[in-house]
Each structure stands twice: as C-alpha cells, then as structure tokens.
Design a protein around this ligand. Structure first.
Ligand SMILES: *Cc1c(COP(=O)(O)O)cnc(C)c1O
Length: 224
C-alpha cells in the first residue's frame, strides 16, 4: 500500500468505529489505541502521519525501545501487557499514559510500593478476565468490584480509571458479546470509572456496541 492507499484504508477503519459508536449514541466517544507490537517504528511513523497519536505495546522492553526511537514525535504511549513484578521499575521509568492490565491486588500492592518510592502516580485500568479463560490474565468478574475498591482504598498512587478486558476467544458472537457485557456492567458499577478498554481487531465493533470507549487495534491498523 502506498501512502494514499493506506490513508483510504485507515479512513475505512475509522468509519467502522464511527458507525459502531453512533449505534450507542451521538455522544459516545471512542478512543483508538494503535497496538504496535508487531510493527516497526517506520510503520508507526506512517500511522502518525495520518493522524494517530496514541500507541500501545505489550512488552516493557519493546515499549522502551519504541519510545526511545520515536522520542521526537509527540506520541501518547500505553502499556497493555502483563506486568511482571521485576519489570515494574522499568515501566515506571517510561511513565506510560495508561497501564491497561493491572490484574491482581498483589501486583497493585507491589506497584504501589514502587510508585511511592518514586513519588509518582500512574493512571491504570483493572483487567477483568470476563471470559474466565485460563489462558488470560485478569481478576475474575465476581471479585472485580471488591478488588477495584480495595485498590482505590489501599493504593493512593494508583490512579484507577476503569477496566480492561480481552473478548472471549470464540467464533460465537453471542459468547464474545456476553464477555463484553460482563465487563461493561462492572465498569458501570464502579465509582468514578471513565475508561472501558475492550475491543481488538477482530471484535471492536461488537465491543463498542457493548459500551467500550477505548479500543486497542493492532493487526487491522498495520496490514502486512
Ligand atoms: C496485541 C494486543 C491487542 C491488539 O490485537 P489485534 O488483534 O492485533 O488488534 C490488543 N490488546 C492487547 C492486550 C494485546 O496484547
């Protein structure tokens, strides 16, 4: 794809996001985070050129390399991957705009300690394993409300902004929809939550129709 073809291609994705969000209502705004984990700094620059500003990675090391290589661009970086305890300080040194994948009270307590030591705060989402899949990270939906409020109380340097989920791994649209609805209902029950991050390349329209206001799009924005 040349630059013009790529712009037309991306416009079509944006149109799909637009159509889905308008099914919710006129005021339902959806933010697109471009997940660049399979993409090069060059690919990122191409998407930047046609207007994308928010990007995300799922490995701390990759986030570090890309933020450094693209330092001169005014990008907003998100971290969407699982965070190992021994990588917390590395992540905090990069200071991402939003950490999407806080997945246990234990990790929260560890993160709180490190944040306190560095005298900083971090905008964060609680990841919910709404499809209850063993292969996925996240807190179980039954305890999500309790864990969320506990983190709010016990971890003053973690600025909880809402929730994140990965849709059920299924070909059945109803099963995927159900997993999004579970997350959305938890999101609505939370005090002060403003971000519901769900929807990836294969299911973003459905996620938006279920109330998502942040989609994490990888492969669909960076076609090979
Ligand atoms: C890779 C990844 C995405 C994007 O996946 P695509 O299917 O390529 O859109 C979104 N969220 C997380 C947490 C990811 O790891």
């Amino acid at each position: 794809m040349n630059e013009v073809e790529y712009k037309i291609y991306i416009d079509d994705i944006i149109r799909r996001v637009e159509t889905a969000r308008l099914k919710v209502n006129d005021y339902h705004i959806v933010k697109i985070i471009a997940i660049s984990k399979y993409s090069t700094p060059d690919d990122i620059q191409k998407l930047y050129k046609i207007g994308q500003r928010a990007f995300g990675e799922n490995k701390v090391q990759d986030l570090k390399v890309k933020t450094q290589e693209l330092e001169e661009l005014p990008l907003e970086w998100h971290f969407v991957g699982n965070l190992q305890k021994n990588k917390i300080n590395n992540l905090l040194d990069i200071n991402p705009a939003l950490f999407h994948a806080l997945d246990s009270l234990e990790l929260a307590q560890e993160l709180q300690k490190k944040l306190e030591a560095k005298e900083m705060t971090l905008d964060t989402l609680l990841q919910i394993n709404s499809a209850k899949e063993e292969s996925k990270y996240g807190v179980m939906p039954e305890i999500a409300y309790e864990v969320y409020t506990k983190i709010q109380k016990e971890c003053p340097n973690i600025n909880l902004k809402g929730v994140m989920s990965i849709g059920a791994h299924s070909d059945d649209k109803e099963i995927i929809k159900k997993s999004f609805e579970i997350t959305y209902n938890i999101y609505k029950s939370l005090n002060g939550a403003t971000i519901c991050s769900m929807g990836m390349s294969g299911d973003f329209e459905l996620a938006i129709e279920c109330g998502s206001n942040m989609v994490r799009l990888g492969s669909v924005l960076f076609p090979k």
